[in-house]
Design a protein around this ligand. Structure first.
Ligand code: FE2
Length: 372
């Protein structure tokens, strides 16, 4: 491309506009002179012309910064400048921060080409094994502490509401709908556990018709999705709280398990000399109209991994201690084939949407004032 044609494409004589001036021009885009328009279209081949015709870009090139001769000292400001044409202020803000921190990180660690390529290959491998029932990116987010951070920022709790925790990578949409007292686990999946309690608001009133999704490992420390040839959901179920907010179901006592360690994230943990174990837990997701969705999990007292959870999910208020019941008659009355069984009684307290919003604002205010 000749220097004269480059001038035509990027706005002859304008140079790179200041960021604030780009915003101004975005609001009231300047119309290119007819000869500029003609010149621009004469420069593009069929592929570019086709893309423009299909709406790939309606950006006026004359408004763009001159992106040339970029390097460590000026790449960041120029990427921010070109992103400033974004019509969505929140998206622009997030991308500004993403680019700024990413570039600062790259400069700070003097990222080598080999390391950059290693990261690309890692992310590629991570994406390739994702499927409807395997979410390696959530797992990556989990082990980086990002899931815990996002969850705690967006769902700060306040007593007596139940605290939330990470969703984890094993939630699926295909759990069976169950009636009260039915089992989420097929026979032979572990030691019996009877789960019951109420769903309440912060005033102690029942929350009826709350959808409760629950999922767990079996006694091998495996989720159903980790078995070859899975055809139906197991150790997971969906039920509703009744008019008094009461729920009940049969389950099995979950066991500690390693997060999947045969793929990219597991291999990464190995290089960091981190263990891959999670303490045993029972996942819960509670959805009720007018209330903030609660994603949480219960952990079990005495578990050796409570204080070193590979995905940082444990909170003290979520640690429970089910009681062993040896009475055969009681076991059979609840639908178990025999005794004993573990009795896990747990109430869940939900925040209304208004309470959750207020709590989030308060929490963020506290966070930012602590940063000053
Ligand atoms: Fe889990």
């Amino acid at each position: 491309m000749s220097s004269s044609s480059a001038k035509t494409r990027y706005g002859a004589g304008q140079g790179r506009p200041a960021k604030s001036s780009i915003r101004t021009m975005t609001a009231t885009p300047a119309q290119p002179a007819p000869e500029q328009k003609k010149a621009r279209h004469s420069l593009v081949g069929k592929a570019v012309a086709e893309a423009i015709k299909n709406g790939a870009s309606n950006v006026d090139l004359a408004l763009l910064p001159r992106l040339r001769d970029l390097g460590p000292l000026n790449i960041t400001e120029n990427v921010l400048a070109i992103n400033s044409l974004c019509p969505n202020p929140r998206q622009e803000f997030v991308f500004d921060k993403l680019v700024t921190h990413l570039h600062d990180f790259t400069r700070e660690v003097s990222l080598t080409t080999e390391e950059w390529m290693l990261a690309i290959e890692f992310l590629t491998a991570t994406g390739k094994i994702c499927s409807d029932i395997r979410q390696e990116f959530i797992l990556l987010s989990d082990i980086l502490g990002l899931s815990c951070l996002v969850d705690s920022m967006n769902h700060p709790s306040m007593p007596p509401a139940t605290e939330g925790t990470v969703l984890g990578p094993f939630f699926t949409q295909d759990a069976a709908d169950l009636k009260a007292g039915e089992s989420i686990a097929s026979e032979g999946k572990g030691e019996y556990m009877w789960c019951e309690g109420r769903v309440l608001d912060t005033q102690g009133n029942p929350v009826p018709n709350c959808t409760i999704e629950t999922w767990e490992t079996d006694d091998e420390g495996l989720y159903d999705t980790q078995y070859e040839g899975r055809t139906v959901a197991d150790c997971r179920g969906r039920l509703k709280s009744d008019a008094n907010g009461y729920y009940s179901y049969r389950a099995v006592l979950p066991t500690p398990y390693p997060i999947p360690n045969d793929r990219p994230v597991g291999r990464l943990l190995k290089t960091l000399n981190r263990h891959v174990f999670r303490p045993a837990h029972l996942h819960m997701m509670l959805v009720a109209e007018g209330y903030e969705t609660l994603i949480t999990a219960l952990y079990f007292k005495g578990d050796q991994f409570l204080e070193s959870d590979a995905v940082f999910g444990v909170k003290s208020s979520l640690v429970v201690e089910p009681k062993l019941v040896t009475d055969e008659t009681k076991a059979k009355a609840l639908g178990f084939k025999h005794g004993p069984y573990w009795h896990l009684k747990k109430d869940y307290v939900l925040l209304t949407l208004e309470q959750a919003d207020e709590q989030k604002r308060k929490s963020l205010r506290n966070y930012y004032s602590s940063m000053k």
